[in-house]
Ligand binder design. Structure first.
Ligand code: HEM
Length: 378
């Protein structure tokens, strides 16, 4: 239940050991006035610093204000500990130039080249109403009520300046982002996050996660780009697939999570190995082969996704899957080529559908109480 520091070199919620719960929200900015947007970002920063410390969103609090005024906190987190809450902000491509091509806030020239719109990938089935957004906030916590409370209060504070475009709840982190964590499982029953970038990989994090000086505009130095993909998993079809076939598709065994042909979870996969049938031990079209750095120019991701179950779909099937979240230094060199390859060849595609997509530039951390989200940008 402890608090995670809000201030720091990098934003919390990226290499922070993945909490159990997620509420991810994307907003549209509904004003053209830069001052209003900046003022909101200042208010949000203050509220975020308070809420991540386990306090009410506003300084008066949920129940201490005047009876005739709406409270400056909604109250449902009263009495709850900070629960490891992190709030991570990102700026979407449409903040720099909207769908009509307008540069509403005079920041188009500060758009990082790495924040290039994602291409359309093979088999994409994206719904625009749950994709994109001008801003995003990723709220992670060990208690769903704490994460929802944070998002709700940011939306409340943003009334008249932003409107919620879409949001997603998630549970059961599908990745570990630190070696101190055991690997959790996704809804296909497989360990997910084994070969992830981890907080301890400091050198790799500089190469693959954090934007370095000279990569693009200075305001993003020390930040990272996040790609979100809501991936529906066709659970019922998967559940009728044999264990052997499931393992072949992933390229790892289901119990231990070891690469096929090896015995332990953290053994390195040997892609050249051949089984007794003369076929590669790890199939050419398996997910881990196609996603592995050896077949992606060395590119890696810091995955931080969550399972979701949004009830059932009215046809007797679970409306469930993976809310994929991946942080990286440059999506043009990491997510985009990797997903291009996966979308064409991955054996997993028969069992999944990408239904939403998001891309956001997450600046570096807030260093002091007088700093605010996006100050370097505006
Ligand atoms: C690895 C599942 C989507 C990138 C894995 C592993 C599993 C898995 C079980 C092996 C354990 C591990 O190392 O984490 C899934 C499922 C997906 C999905 C069920 C969709 C519902 C994606 C997408 C990407 C991706 C969209 C990126 C475009 C990776 C990477 C690895 C990985 C980079 C590590 C590969 C390695 O270095 O060995 N995934 N994944 N995955 N996945 Fe996925």
């Amino acid at each position: 239940g402890a608090a995670i520091p809000f201030y720091g070199e990098h934003q919390a919620g990226i290499v922070t050991p993945a909490q159990d719960r997620l509420h991810f929200v994307a907003f549209d900015v509904i004003t053209d006035k830069k001052e209003d947007l900046v003022e909101l970002l200042q208010k949000w920063t203050m509220a975020a610093a308070r809420m991540t410390a386990g306090k009410d969103a506003g300084s008066i609090g949920a129940v201490n204000g005047a009876p005739e005024a709406a409270p400056d906190d909604t109250g449902e987190a009263l009495g709850l500990p900070p629960s490891g809450l992190t709030l991570t902000i990102g700026f979407g491509p449409t903040l720099f130039r909207d769908a009509e091509g307008r540069d509403r806030f005079g920041i188009a020239d500060k758009r990082p080249p790495a924040l290039a719109d994602l291409p359309r990938f093979a088999k994409d089935a994206l719904k625009p109403e749950i994709s994109g957004g001008d801003l995003c906030v990723q709220a992670c916590a060990h208690d769903p009520q704490v994460a929802v409370h944070a998002v709700r209060n940011l939306a409340r504070i943003g009334f008249g300046v932003v409107s919620v475009r879409w949001s997603q709840l998630g549970f059961g982190r599908t990745s570990s982002t630190s070696r101190s964590q055991t690997t959790a499982r996704n809804l296909f029953g497989f360990k997910d996050g084994t070969a992830n970038l981890k907080a301890e990989d400091t050198k790799l994090l500089q190469e693959q996660l954090w934007v370095q000086p000279g990569d693009g505009p200075d305001w993003m130095t020390g930040g990272s780009y996040v790609v979100t993909r809501k991936i529906r998993m066709l659970i019922e079809t998967w559940d009728r697939t044999s264990l052997g076939e499931q393992e072949t598709i992933i390229g790892r065994d289901k119990g231990e999570g070891a690469p096929l042909g090896k015995s332990k979870e953290f053994d390195e996969p040997v892609f050249a190995a051949v089984g007794s049938d003369g076929e590669p031990a790890i199939a050419m079209d398996s997910h881990v082969r196609l996603a592995h750095p050896d077949f992606n120019n060395g590119a890696r991701l810091l995955r931080r996704g969550y399972n979701f179950v949004d009830g059932s779909d009215g046809l007797g099937r679970l409306d469930a899957g993976l809310f994929f979240i991946a942080y990286q230094r440059d999506p043009r060199k990491q997510f985009v080529p990797m997903q291009t390859q996966l979308a064409r060849q991955d054996a997993l595609n028969e069992y999944i559908r990408h239904v939403s997509s998001g891309l956001f530039a997450c600046p570096s951390g807030i260093k002091a109480a007088d700093d605010y989200w996006g100050r370097a940008l505006f």
